[in-house]
Write a protein that binds this ligand. Structure first.
Ligand SMILES: [Zn+2]
Length: 345
């Protein structure tokens, strides 16, 4: 029996030494120290021993059990430490590795132009007014001196929703809406950026949907020279201090007199080239003095109050500023086009 106990201790210690993980070690614990283990088996045979031998054997069995238990405990702490070390090694962060670049989007070129124009006018004391894209026939046409049956309505083939509702064809309805709210009092100084819609076939210079920025100033003693000065500041800030502007007579039903503003061609400095079609000038926007009928309809005394208005095509400004040759680029979402306007690269 003594021999058997010594052998068991030997076997167990060797097994413990070889164990490579905690599961293996636990199996050894169960098989040697468990209730069905060999040591228990040996002790069951103690009844056959003499009274002298019994305590001696009991003490030896307990000693063997203690030795095995202690060996398991020591090995367990070693294996646990190893496991922690292994886990730490696998989770180590190499701070010297280069980071992955985060992909960021950027503002659409039209958004950039609109924000630039907004900043420019806010700096001159204007506020931003926004209005509905689905507009009533009254604000889109009638309040702007375009009564039903007016021949100028033919100029704007429109998307009608009902007889009285349509997608606005310009941002000018905001002139009428803003003036109406003022109850015939000045001053009014707004710009109104927004989407407008016309029944055009899309090509390099036309789009059925585009962006406009309407400007309106109404007060006592507003003159044509105020309009010219404002447009001059706008042209120089947007296209360079060396740009010149000129105003040509034009016609819009809601302004009188009406003008088209040109800027001197940057490419040829006014000498004439392909871009300016040999004229030295490039057409930029339409403007004029608010028509007395429009003022009166909005509740203003047109003998006391005068005003000017202008309509900026955001696409056209961005085309001229960035050298974009096709309006469709803005709306086809080609990343190669849009990426060129990123401020991050
Ligand atoms: Zn030119």
């Amino acid at each position: 029996m003594e021999q058997r106990l010594v052998e068991l201790q030997q076997e167990a210690l060797e097994g413990i030494k070889k164990a490579t993980d905690l599961k293996e070690l636990n199996d050894i614990r169960v098989s040697y120290l468990g209730k069905k283990g060999p040591i228990t088996e040996v002790l069951k045979g103690m009844g056959k021993l003499s009274a002298e031998e019994r305590p001696k054997m009991g003490a030896l069995a307990n000693e063997v059990r203690d030795v095995i238990a202690q060996a398991i405990e020591e090995k367990q702490s070693i294996l646990e430490e190893e496991a922690v070390a292994k886990k730490l090694a696998s989770e180590t962060i190499d701070v010297t590795l280069p980071g992955r670049q985060v992909k960021t989007g950027n503002h659409h070129p039209l958004t950039r132009i609109i924000e630039e124009i907004e900043d420019l006018f806010i700096g001159m004391g204007y506020t931003i007014a926004e209005g509905p894209e689905v507009e009533s026939d009254y604000y889109n046409f009638e309040a702007l001196n375009l009564p039903k049956g007016h021949p100028a309505r033919d100029m704007q083939d429109s998307f009608y929703i009902t007889e009285e509702l349509l997608l606005r064809t310009h941002t000018s309805p905001m002139q009428a809406r803003t003036m109406e709210k003022q109850n015939g009092k000045g001053p009014v100084k707004i710009i109104c950026p927004g989407k407008v819609y016309r029944r055009d076939n899309d090509d390099a210079t036309h789009s059925h949907q585009f962006m406009q920025i309407e400007g309106l100033v109404v007060d006592e003693n507003i003159q044509m020279s105020d309009l010219k000065g404002t447009l001059d500041v706008f042209a120089k800030k947007m296209f360079g201090e060396d740009r010149e502007i000129r105003l040509r007579p034009s016609f819009f039903p809601f302004t009188e007199p009406s003008v088209e503003m040109d800027i001197s061609c940057k490419i040829c400095s006014g000498k004439g080239c392909n871009v300016c079609k040999g004229t030295g000038w490039i057409e930029v926007l339409g403007a004029g003095m608010v028509h007395p009928n429009v003022l009166e309809m909005a509740g203003y005394d047109s003998k006391k109050y005068t005003g000017f208005a202008f309509g900026i095509g955001s696409e056209r400004i961005a085309m001229l500023k960035y050298g974009i040759d096709d309006i469709r680029h803005y709306y086809t979402n080609d990343v190669r086009f849009l990426k060129q306007f990123s401020i991050h690269e």
